[in-house]
Design a protein around this ligand. Structure first.
Ligand code: FAD
Length: 510
């Protein structure tokens, strides 16, 4: 390929979490080649969405790719560890379960572990699935440890992610990206210039008349999609019929009680409330459906359920579940909220950013932006959005809450075939058909939610049925004891943070 066709300058529009994640990773890859500059444009006046504090395990690998020191990153973003999510009142009022990160133990021969557990249940064993998750036992005892390297250890089954302050994470990445040569331009974009024939984006004009041009543009401008939608009209696929929540009130509160190494999600009549512990404060929010609850009532419900004084006025954020039909169009890729959104129930949005940057690097174009590359990129992004969407829908579909109209509606709605098939398989055999290593949410995650949302396996795997259940009972009892002992032997989450990654003035001003 001749050099003239290579992309020499990439412009990133937006400096929220998506913009700075993109800038940091592109810079660290492109700076090695030394042929392509990266410039990021953001507007302090417009600001960022200001939420997005809970993550999922792949973020650990993302930070590692950037070469971030984990403890320094945690100090700077006032982060805590996250071992999973506790769901309260989701299956039915008064019931709770845990979606743990990591894996359950192995089962006998080729049988998954949970088939052994289901077999024991047929003969009266009442122990919950959660008891067999090392991440949950750690979480419940307020402990934390990293996954053990030795695959024979139960602790090798731990997975973890972080809770962090989104603004501080963007600032941390900005420092990193600028250190690798990313140029930052502050200013409000008022016009997007396109090539009159091809429609390719040529540059953006700022309020003060300056112009920023480039060969390739990454739209990280948030929900509005300044380039991808307002300019290129890529279109939006709406998923509100499956995911009715369309608003959230968010508010930080004073830090209270010990730092829990997990997110809490409590279902309300028309949505759910998150609680995310950070070193210096707690993040809270009420995600709700405006079709089933007024904004005032949603705000009241949030405030009633706070466990500590608020540090700011609650803020209303409106959104729509769905995805951009073409996340890549012409010479523009949308990354972050501009490319689509799923409510933060399973903390997927920051992951979509990471996934999109990897896909962009895999399909990196030259200046012609071959539509073939864009088509492949769009196919991959669509697939990962839809898989994550299905996992989130599952929480709504499987519920026994007859107390409120939204829950009755979601329990009765028709869901995409892929979800219905998984539900039917679990019911018919206890099998969970998920491609581990390919899908974002593993078999362990689907199992935790299928079972946690109270779906009963009416029959189990015929191979498991052949085993003598009496043989499993002592095995399961021994396993529970080992898991509990291993969890109790670890440091408390708080002591871990204090020893390795406590922010210096954690009680000081934000
Ligand atoms: P934004 O943060 O909105 O940034 C947009 C950027 O574009 C800003 O810098 C802005 O200044 C710039 N911009 C816009 N217009 C212009 C213009 N005209 N000129 C110049 N600059 C401009 N994700 C998770 O993974 N975990 C969570 O727990 C989570 N919780 C969430 C809770 C809620 C209620 C919501 C709504 C989202 C949540 N998310 C969560 C999603 C997460 O917040 C976003 O994915 C993440 O913050 C990335 O946002 P962004 O950078 O795409 O957009």
């Amino acid at each position: 390929m001749s050099d003239e066709r290579l992309i020499r300058k990439i412009v990133i529009v937006g400096g929220g979490t998506a913009g700075w994640m993109t800038a940091a990773l592109l810079a660290s890859v492109l700076s090695k080649a030394g042929q392509c500059r990266v410039e990021l444009v953001e507007s302090d006046d417009i600001g960022t969405v200001g939420v997005g504090e809970a993550t999922i395990p792949p973020i650990v690998a993302f930070n590692r790719m950037l070469g971030l020191d984990e403890h320094e990153f945690m100090r700077e973003t006032r982060a805590t560890f996250k071992l999973g999510i506790e769901f309260r009142d989701w299956g039915r009022l008064g019931h709770s379960y845990f979606h743990p990160f990591g894996k359950f133990p192995d089962g006998p021969d080729l049988l998954p572990f949970h088939q052994m557990w289901l077999r024991a249940r047929q003969t009266g064993d009442q122990t919950p699935l959660d008891d067999y998750s090392i991440a949950w036992r750690l979480a419940r005892h307020g402990r934390f440890c990293r996954p053990a390297a030795d695959a024979r250890s139960l602790l090798s089954r731990v997975g973890y992610a972080y809770h962090f302050d989104a603004g501080l994470y963007a600032a941390h990445l900005r420092k990193h990206a600028e250190g690798m040569g990313v140029a930052r331009t502050e200013g409000r974009i008022v016009e997007v210039r396109q090539h009159p024939e091809s429609g390719f984006i040529l540059g953006v004009r700022l309020e003060d008349g300056r112009e920023v041009g480039g060969d390739f543009f990454v739209d990280c401008s948030g929900f509005r999609g300044l380039l991808i939608e307002e300019t290129l009209k890529a279109g939006f696929e709406d998923w509100q019929h499956w995911l009715p929540c369309d608003r959230a009130y968010a508010v930080p509160t004073e830090r209270k009680g010990p730092l829990r190494p997990y997110t809490q999600s409590t279902a309300h009549e028309a949505g759910w409330q998150w609680r995310i512990p950070l070193q210096h404060r707690t993040g809270n929010g009420h995600v709700f459906s405006s079709a089933y609850m007024s904004e005032q009532l949603a705000l009241d419900r949030l405030v009633q359920n706070l466990d500590a004084p608020a540090l700011a006025e609650p803020r209303l954020i409106r959104f729509r579940a769905g995805r951009r039909r073409k996340a890549w169009d012409k010479n523009c890729v949308a990354i972050g909220l501009s490319s689509g959104f799923l409510e933060p129930l399973e903390s997927t949005s920051i992951h979509f950013v990471q996934d999109a940057i990897f896909q962009l690097l895999i399909n990196f174009p030259d200046r012609s932006c071959d539509p073939l590359f864009a088509a492949e990129y769009n196919r991959c992004i669509q697939e990962s959005y839809e898989r994550a969407r299905d996992f989130v829908i599952l929480h709504y579909k499987l519920n026994e809450r007859t107390d409120a109209p939204m829950w009755r509606h979601t329990a009765e709605m028709t869901v995409p075939d892929a979800i219905q098939e998984r539900i039917e398989h679990y019911r018919a055999s206890g099998r969970v058909h998920v491609q581990d290593q390919v899908e974002l949410f593993s078999r362990a995650s689907w199992l935790a939610v299928l079972n946690g949302q109270l779906l009963q396996a009416e029959r189990i795997d015929p191979l498991a049925q052949m085993y003598d259940a009496a043989r499993f009972k002592p095995l399961l009892g021994g396993l529970r004891g080992l898991i509990d002992d291993a969890a109790r032997a670890q440091m408390s989450h708080e002591a871990y943070i204090e020893q390795y990654c406590l922010a210096p003035n954690v009680n000081g001003p934000l």
